[in-house]
Design a binder for this molecule. Sequence first.
Ligand SMILES: [Mn+2]
Length: 220
Amino acid sequence: MIYITGDTHGDIDFDKLLPLKEKNLSYDDYLIICGDAGICWSKEDLPHFLELYNSLGCTILYIDGNHENFDMLNKMPVVEFGGALTHKIDEHIFHILRGEILTLEGKTFLCLGGARSTDKAYRTPYVSWWPEEMITEEDIKNAERNLAKFNNKVDYVLTHCVETFTACSCLLKGRDACTDALCFIDMVVDYKHWYFGHYHVDRQIDKKRTCLYQDIVELD
Ligand SMILES: [Mn+2]
């Protein structure tokens, strides 16, 4: 089974995952976190967070959000998982690199993390904020290269923030370089559903878009 949820922020929003423990999951089950997993946040917290997330008993995959320690993340070994390049955080925990396409149980997921922090002014560079949070041109190029191998068709799109129209008109949030960078998706990608996090609300935007925070979606 594949489950998808929104931001978990290390141990801060972990409790919403507790119902998964009752499902007797195995490592052939997957939990995907749409950014701000916060597992790699500090050296001090890492052992505790690994124990916490490993207690779910399933394989955990996450895209990056804006609240991740990119210095730590980028030091993790790069390995392939489900056809996608990932950082291996632990035996059963992987961070999916931007623009990669993951295949699980025959379903394909375009994964493209990153978002701009709105609370940047209250954070310290390289301690609680990293410029790498922004989506780059190279990230988009990687997505385009990988999409070409799939004829621009995937089952799901997974991002942290969302494209500008949804961010501004539906969620009444700001536009920035990251929301703009994601606009290419609706122009070129044929997908069934787009799940994203970042905005800390659970909202069905329309038939094809869902903002996740506390909710856990179970894919058919
Ligand atoms: Mn968040």
